[in-house]
Design a protein around this ligand. Sequence first.
Ligand code: ATP
Ligand code: MG
Length: 194
Amino acid sequence: MLITVASTKGGVGKTTSAVHIACYLSQNSSTLLIDGDPNKSSLKWASRGSLPFKVVELMQSPRHTKNYEHIVFDTAARPGKEDLEALVEGCDLLVIPCSPDILAIEATLETVDLLESLNCDRYRLLLTIVPPTRKTGEQAREALSEYPIFKKSIRQYAAYEKAALAGVPVYESRDSKARIAWSDYSAVGKEILA
Ligand SMILES: Nc1ncnc2c1ncn2[C@@H]1O[C@H](COP(=O)(O)OP(=O)(O)OP(=O)(O)O)[C@@H](O)[C@H]1O
Ligand SMILES: [Mg+2]
């Protein structure tokens, strides 16, 4: 399965989502993460520590893709219309992370309108960085309720930043909420394979 993670807004959790979706998929199948962002955030994450799957840069990927059952593609923020069309064409599922703030929601609604105009039904929205204790997550879900969206939201936990810093999956980060944080992406992984 080829899963692309993209959004027209920066900093909404694309890399964090790509890394953890790849973590989930790699539990049972060979999984490759392709870092398509010039910032190389996924590659840097892997280089600081160790991730349970291989990460390669886009230019290296032709050599590797044939050896893997699942490929997760982390992309740069703000793809243009044509880039988005190409991304959609090239994957089985487009995951669009969206944080529960008005700027991200507006950008996501524009992206989704574009996808709908292309008759694309291979995408799913993922609410990310949702404060666990406030109503913002529910309000954001309401605003996006017309569109395909993962049932599980990704809650906001400091464990993710610690994991990125240590170069490990969130379940290996030294944080009391590490396991709870992982349970969110684990549920999203199950939804992807269902
Ligand atoms: N669920 C979460 N809880 C807390 N912090 C998070 C969560 N997800 C991501 N973050 C933090 O938010 C910031 C942005 O996340 P990330 O780098 O994954 O976003 P991105 O969309 O890939 O950004 P960019 O557009 O720069 O590529 C990072 O500091 C990351 O650690
Ligand atoms: Mg990123």
